[in-house]
Design a protein around this ligand. Structure first.
Ligand code: NDP
Ligand code: DXP
Ligand code: MN
Length: 453
């Protein structure tokens, strides 16, 4: 750990790309953003900037982007900044070291600088935040999630991987009922709809145990950029096509996961764990417009849906201020206009991700850690040109098949070890696939959406 002193003269000033944020008033909510330079992190800063005095950003943590992180420190006045891979190193040569970036952007206040993988963990657990928003990508977010919960802070959870991989570990790290507030749009929708009916169970409910009137949770899916494509067409899609989500601009991993439907698979398990609803009572359906963000079916046959524009501002704002709603967070849907909503079943043959996850989740407490780790390796390999799109799920399936079911609830070390083994196994399969799967080498351009309605 080091600190950025105000003694160095400010370097050349660049235009400030982050809106200046007024420090919080007394009583403002102290916020830590993990993954502040990503899609969720930058949108969270927009929400915070639009509510002057309501929030006090005490810490920011990022992976590699020291320049943007420094701009955000300047804009928010954050007293602590964490960077996993500092600039000016062999692993991150294109960015300046964080101390340099802070100087360059004209930061004059004292900043505690944390570096390495522990930085996000420390930011999550040690800055005395009221709310930690975990907007990191991947299961690397697990330890920060656990640290935030152990500190007693509210955890606004966008990083679904940490819950899906950690499972019972996350549940047992919880210090008080309602400590987890989902930021994932579908789960924010479910939390909002559940607030209208009796369901006193789960990680984000006001009471940990109690009766439920819920019969089913219905998680909506866009269907991704390849909705309606046949397996043959899918074999030839390119990374650029997979990154064209129909409705949301998101990071690379979650966008690719939307294209394979792995995102929906993770979200079905996420809903099961967040709301303590049996896996068989969580259903995914395709709803291309993504205006209905998810639905709760109650025991009397009534269904409540949460609707809004397909944007993340409301789920992020609710994550930061739950259960209070902030004013004018987004433009509401104009219900006076003619519009159409479509719903269709998942195509399990072309997109087996959800059914595979349901089997994995039922198999043992470590199978979803394997599923996610193998998928993360396969997604990277797909973008590196080492694996075809339709090889992603078979890779996950093979790594799962080789995994020995755990007995009982695993410790954190056991989960991390299972992940390491799964990544190594996936890498072996990917290395073999790079030789034996030539289809990806000469892709036919498939027009994204060519077979969509
Ligand atoms: N984007 C969206 O609309 C939605 C996202 N989500 C979920 O939210 C999470 C974030 O997604 P998204 O914002 O799209 O992803 P991005 O790829 O846009 O952002 C990821 C963030 O994580 C940071 N990061 C990576 N590794 C580390 C690390 N070791 N320590 C600290 N920070 C790290 C990155 O830093 P850097 O860039 O500096 O390397 C970046 O700030 C994912 O779990 C995703 O599934 C859920 C619903 C919607
Ligand atoms: C905005 C959000 O929550 C994402 O997880 C989004 O839902 C992705 O959409 P699909 O995975 O349904 O394509
Ligand atoms: Mn989602």
């Amino acid at each position: 750990m080091s600190s950025h002193p105000a003694s160095d003269p400010a370097g050349p000033q660049r235009p400030d790309p982050v809106p200046r944020i007024r420090p919080g008033d007394d009583g403002a909510s102290r916020v830590v953003l993990l993954g502040s330079t990503g899609s969720i992190g930058t949108q969270a800063l927009e929400v915070i900037a639009a509510n002057p005095g309501r929030f006090d950003v005490v810490g920011l943590s990022a992976g590699t982007n020291t320049r943007l992180l420094a701009d955000q420190v300047r804009a928010t006045g954050a007293r602590a900044a964490g960077i996993a891979v500092d600039g000016g190193t062999a692993a991150n040569p294109d960015q300046p070291p964080l101390t340099q970036a802070l100087r360059d952007t004209g930061v004059t206040h004292e900043v505690e600088i944390l570096t390495g993988e522990e930085a996000a963990v420390a930011c999550a657990g040690e800055l005395g935040a009221d709310v930690v928003l975990n907007g990191m990508t991947g299961s690397i977010g697990l330890r920060p999630t656990l640290a935030a919960l152990a500190s007693g802070t509210t955890l606004a959870l966008a990083n679904k991987e940490s819950l899906v991989v950690g499972g019972a570990l996350v549940a047992s790290a919880q210090r008080r009922p309602g400590q987890v507030v989902p930021v994932d749009s579908e789960h924010s929708a479910l939390a909002q709809a559940l607030s209208s009916g009796r369901h006193e169970r789960g990680l984000c409910a006001p009471v940990v145990t109690g009766r439920s009137e819920v019969r089913r949770l219905i998680v909506t899916a866009s269907g991704g950029p390849f909705r309606g494509c046949s397996p043959t067409q899918l074999a030839e899609v390119t990374p650029a096509q997979a990154l064209r989500h129909p409705n949301f601009a998101m990071g690379r991993v979650v966008t690719t996961n939307s294209a394979t439907m792995v995102n929906k698979a993770l979200e079905v398990v996420e809903a099961h764990l967040l709301f303590d609803v049996p896996l068989e009572d969580v259903t995914a359906v395709v709803h291309p417009q993504q205006v209905i963000h998810s639905l709760v079916e109650f025991q009397d046959g009534s269904t409540l849906a949460q609707a809004g524009p397909p944007r993340m501002y409301v789920p992020i704002a609710l994550g930061l201020s739950w259960p209070e709603r902030l004013p004018q967070v987004d433009t509401a849907i104009d219900w006076t206009q003619t519009m159409r909503w479509d719903f269709e079943p998942l195509d399990d043959d072309a997109f087996p991700a959800v059914s595979l996850a349901k089997q994995a989740c039922a198999a043992s407490a470590t199978h979803m850690a394997v599923y996610n780790a193998a998928n993360e390796q396969a997604v990277d390999a797909f973008h590196d040109g080492a694996l075809g799109f339709t090889e992603i799920l078979p890779t996950v399936e093979k790594v799962l098949a080789a995994h020995t079911a755990s007995t009982g609830a695993p410790t954190l070390d056991e989960v991390l070890e299972v992940e390491r083994e799964a990544r190594a196994h996936a890498d072996e399969l990917i290395a073999a696939a790079a030789v034996t799967v030539p289809t990806y080498r000469a892709p036919r351009a498939v027009e994204v959406g060519e077979s969509q309605a």
